[in-house]
Write a protein that binds this ligand. Structure first.
Ligand SMILES: Nc1ncnc2c1ncn2[C@@H]1O[C@H](COP(=O)(O)OP(=O)(O)OP(=O)(O)O)[C@@H](O)[C@H]1O
Ligand SMILES: [Mg+2]
Length: 357
């Protein structure tokens, strides 16, 4: 297996980046000593790192991102800089000061494909609750119906939903040190909720969570030589945090689908999500506008409850395509939340499935 340890690059090292970033200060204190910089990686002339900002400084996020980028660009041999900004939201036990995740000392970019997995697609969003899990599950069903062999990985370590949405029960078997995914409706499923219970993972901090993700990616028998997966769909947590960076560091992701609701306020966040994937060179396969109007059951009249046009706007600004618009549908909600396959009105997901493979 081929790994890239940034410190081994001939001209530019991780240390150079950290040293340069220690010249960037917020309120007179340098951001490295403050523990805000982590996951520094140098791959050839490409540099990436994560900057975690506290809630109270969140208004300065854009300024800080640009200051970091500018500082690193001054270094010889740097061609591209990916700064992934994340806002710290957790607080310590007393509910007081925000905790900063301990900086990750060595970032490893693993470009080795997952064995017997042909394609990896992340389903992401800026905001929570916009329908990533619903989309992942229904797309998995549609792809399976189209004859594809599909895997579904719940990367939402802090709020796993697949056990409920795919009606998964029991603990996965471990055979010769490898985890066997749980099959449901012909789909190979894995979720941290199956390994530790839906409640436990919530208290995990960054490094534990990224370790769990690594296990679910690399220690699971996703496919076999005879039965390779055509696609592994990854149901991401909301936002652009350490799980996102960790995913793209651990496996080559072929593309991302961004889910958004149609209103302006959701779009700003969805744009950040799209930008993050672009920065780490993961192509945006397209946008799905979810909760896109409500069809009155008696008259069929569409009410644009969350506004309209957002998905199209985002597709244009991110240089991708609008894959589909999924209306608010009570049957869909009931089916997804109860782990039942949604047959009746699944046409929209079938047409999206055709566009992504
Ligand atoms: N098109 C839709 N029509 C009706 N209900 C929907 C639709 N899409 C999603 N829902 C419902 O909205 C809720 C949130 O959806 P879901 O869990 O898929 O969002 P999410 O983006 O994965 O959330 P989180 O960020 O918490 O992971 C669920 O109860 C789901 O059934
Ligand atoms: Mg979810």
């Amino acid at each position: 297996m081929k790994n890239w340890f940034s410190t081994k690059t001939a001209s530019l090292t991780e240390g150079d980046i950290v040293k340069t970033l220690s010249d960037v200060a917020i309120d007179g204190k340098d951001i490295v000593s403050l523990g805000m910089v982590s996951a520094v990686s140098v791959k050839g002339d490409k540099v990436s790192f994560l900057v975690t900002i506290s809630q109270q400084d969140v208004s300065r996020l854009a300024w800080l991102e640009s200051a970091c980028e500018k500082a690193v660009r001054t270094l010889d041999g740097v061609k591209s800089v990916s700064v992934v900004m994340t806002a710290e939201t957790k607080t310590d036990e007393k509910g007081g000061t925000p905790m900063r995740p301990p900086p990750i000392k060595k970032a490893i970019w693993n470009t080795e494909p997952l064995p017997h997995v042909k394609k990896i697609i992340a389903v992401a969003s800026g905001k929570g609750g916009v329908g990533k899990s619903t989309t992942s599950v229904n797309l998995a069903h549609a792809l399976t119906k189209a004859g594809k062999r599909v895997g579904l990985l719940d990367a939402d370590i802090y709020g796993p939903s697949l056990p409920r949405m795919m009606h998964l029960e029991g603990k996965p078997e471990v055979v010769e040190g490898r985890i066997i995914p749980i099959g449901a409706y012909g789909i190979a499923c894995m979720s941290i909720g199956l390994l530790v219970g839906e409640e436990s993972a919530i208290i995990w901090r960054g490094p534990q969570a990224t370790k769990a993700l690594a296990q679910m990616l690399r220690d699971v028998n996703w496919g076999t030589a005879d039965t390779p997966l055509d696609v592994l769909l990854i149901d991401m947590p909301p936002g652009t945090g350490d799980i996102h960076l960790s995913l793209v560091q651990q496996v080559p992701v072929n593309g991302a689908i961004i889910v958004t609701t149609p209103q302006e306020v959701a779009l700003a966040d969805a744009r950040k999500s799209a930008d993050m994937f672009k920065k780490v060179n993961v192509p945006i396969l397209g946008i799905i506008e979810n909760m896109s109007g409500f069809a009155e059951p008696s008259t069929g009249k569409i009410h644009a409850i969350f506004g309209e046009g957002g998905g199209k706007k985002l597709a244009e600004s991110s240089g991708s395509q609008l894959l589909g618009q999924v209306p608010i549908d009570i049957t869909l909600r009931e089916a997804s939340d109860n782990g039942i396959r949604y047959e009746d009105r699944a046409k929209i997901y079938e047409s999206i499935a055709k566009l992504i493979l």
